[in-house]
Write a protein that binds this ligand. Structure first.
Ligand code: SAH
Length: 507
């Protein structure tokens, strides 16, 4: 076998090309491994070697080789594995092809390429952030699911070439068919850290036989290594579940957290643009008031009518409502919560939080948080506002938000605004059948919103009324619909503050 004989027990090679100004040997700096030195590392499962089969300004290749230590492997397998005894697959690592890239290699990478995986390079910090022309070759990749799955996993990750070819069981007897190994070649312009993180996650996923105990912190490791690519990967479920050795509780947890990442990335920074454009089409003579402003006015009015002074703005975005609330001294405590760090940063800039006087600053708090999880700190407020937030959640997640707000936080008043989809036909700038913003997961008719709101109110001991926001069209209604929930059974309802029921109760 070509690579078996030429490279011996090489598991993985990383190559780049360069020019005299940007020599390929920079790879040595980026990997923190000098091209002229062969280096040896002791890892959990054996000895890893890094060396450079070629190192010139034009082309540089680093090779990572792992010599698995069967004794260490078995010892670890006994102590930490489920059931204790090393399994058959584990024995394969010792007896079968010891040069196969595997989950063990992935573990070794964390020791050998720690800084590079983190995208850290003291010598060339900018270079570490730039894409490089990369070629990664894994001559013998154990792949449950075969070449096809390998292509599905690496295909969406920005490579220009993903070459996965099944390795025959025996070169001399092709009629014996293919082995469970694939020869993988990836080419493309990627940041080295991104490429390494993909390998770190996908090698064990393809191997599908992680040889160590999967602890809860594996979820954190997966999310860190998956940053920037896993949240949107079409095979996210398979990757997550295999990476976590099919531990469903952890898999669910990871998928939920990935959903939050996705939400945070799809920041709602242009939410007002369509609203504003549309308002120009209303036939008032004076300068039209943007819908977002009308919405804030309606919210402020409802809060005043409810006599609220301590208010939660849930999904506060860039803080426009928080800013408006601050202008009225009756609102003594204002808490803005959002999942998006970026939105919160913009909100804090808008409010000039850093330059605010102590008294004013004492009235406002911005916090990062996910509204689909209960949070004790949100209990005991007079009112909560969910302004243009619910439509950003996937429908199956809505019960979790419902419980966190109406079941756990339980403010006296809850205001929920959402687009009225019937009104979309009046938006001249909106093509038929389109939602108002790319990140809206759904938009409801008045009847749909009404049904949902009545059910929520019934389940949690609230009454609900509806207020139109914007021009109330006789046919299609207003552009924004607002539900005003008022708690009726503060002390008797089982969901009242202080109860210990879990989010899943209504899920
Ligand atoms: N309330 C503001 C912003 C609406 S945009 C306004 O009326 O203008 C929706 C906001 O909800 C975004 O800032 C988004 O980051 C936030 N969001 C969406 N899903 C969320 C979740 N599950 N938890 C917390 N915030 C969320």
């Amino acid at each position: 076998m070509e690579h078996g004989t030429i490279l011996g027990r090489v598991f993985l090679t990383i190559s780049t090309t360069g020019t005299p100004e940007r020599p390929a040997t920079d790879l040595g700096f980026l990997l923190h491994k000098h091209p002229e030195k062969a280096q040896t590392f002791s890892t959990a499962h054996g000895t890893a070697h890094v060396f450079y089969p070629e190192a010139s300004a034009d082309r540089c290749t680093a090779a990572l080789l792992l010599e698995v230590d069967p004794v260490a492997l078995v010892r670890r397998g006994k102590g930490k594995g489920r059931g204790g005894a090393p399994d058959a697959a584990l024995a394969q690592y010792v007896n079968d092809r010891p040069y196969a890239a595997s989950s063990l290699l992935s573990v070794a990478m964390t020791t050998v390429f720690k800084s590079a995986l983190n995208g850290v390079c003291r010598a060339m910090p900018e270079r570490a952030q730039e894409p490089l022309p990369l070629r990664i070759e894994v001559p013998v990749l154990p792949a449950r699911g075969g070449a096809e799955l390998v292509r599905k996993l690496f295909g969406p990750l920005g490579w220009t070439r993903v070459d996965a070819v099944a390795v025959p069981l025996d070169e001399q007897f092709p009629e014996w068919g293919d082995s469970r190994y694939v020869r993988l070649v990836l080419e493309g312009e990627l940041r080295l850290a991104d490429a390494l993180r993909q390998m770190y996650v996908l090698l064990p996923v393809l191997d599908d036989a992680k040889h160590y105990w999967v602890a809860p912190d594996e979820v954190d490791k997966l999310l860190r290594a998956g940053e920037g690519w896993l949240a949107d990967h079409p095979e996210q479920r398979l990757i997550t579940s295999r990476y976590l050795s099919r531990r469903w509780g952890l898999t669910r947890l990871a998928m939920e957290r990935l959903e939050l990442v996705r939400l945070a990335e799809s920041d709602d920074l242009e939410v007002e643009s369509v609203d504003n454009a549309v308002d120009e089409t209303t036939d008032t003579e004076e300068k039209p008031v943007p819908l977002a402003e009308q919405r804030r006015a309606a919210i402020l009015e409802a809060l005043r009518a409810a006599g609220a002074s301590r208010v939660l703005d849930l999904g506060c975005g860039q803080g426009q409502l928080v800013q408006a609330l601050l202008k009225d001294v009756r609102f003594t405590e204002i808490v803005g919560v959002d999942v998006s760090m970026r939105a919160l940063t913009l909100a804090s800039r808008r409010l000039k939080l850093d330059r605010m006087g102590e008294r004013q600053a004492g009235r406002v708090t911005l916090r990062q948080g996910a509204l689909t999880y209960t949070d004790k700190k949100l209990k005991g407020y007079d009112a909560a506002v969910l302004s243009e937030v619910i439509e950003h959640l996937d429908l199956p997640r809505l019960p979790a938000l419902e419980y966190a707000v109406f079941g756990s936080a339980r403010p006296q008043t809850v205001l929920v605004t959402t687009p009225n989809v019937e009104y979309n036909v009046r938006w001249e700038t909106l093509p038929a059948g389109h939602v108002r913003h790319g990140d809206h997961r759904f938009e409801w008719t008045r009847a749909e919103f009404g049904d949902w709101a009545e059910q929520v109110a019934g389940r949690h001991g609230y009454t609900v009324t509806f207020v139109p926001v914007g021009p109330d069209d006789p046919e299609v209604g207003p552009p924004t619909q607002m539900a005003v929930f008022t708690m009726t059974t503060a002390d008797t309802h089982p969901g009242r503050a202080g109860d210990t029921t879990k989010e899943t109760k209504t899920a």
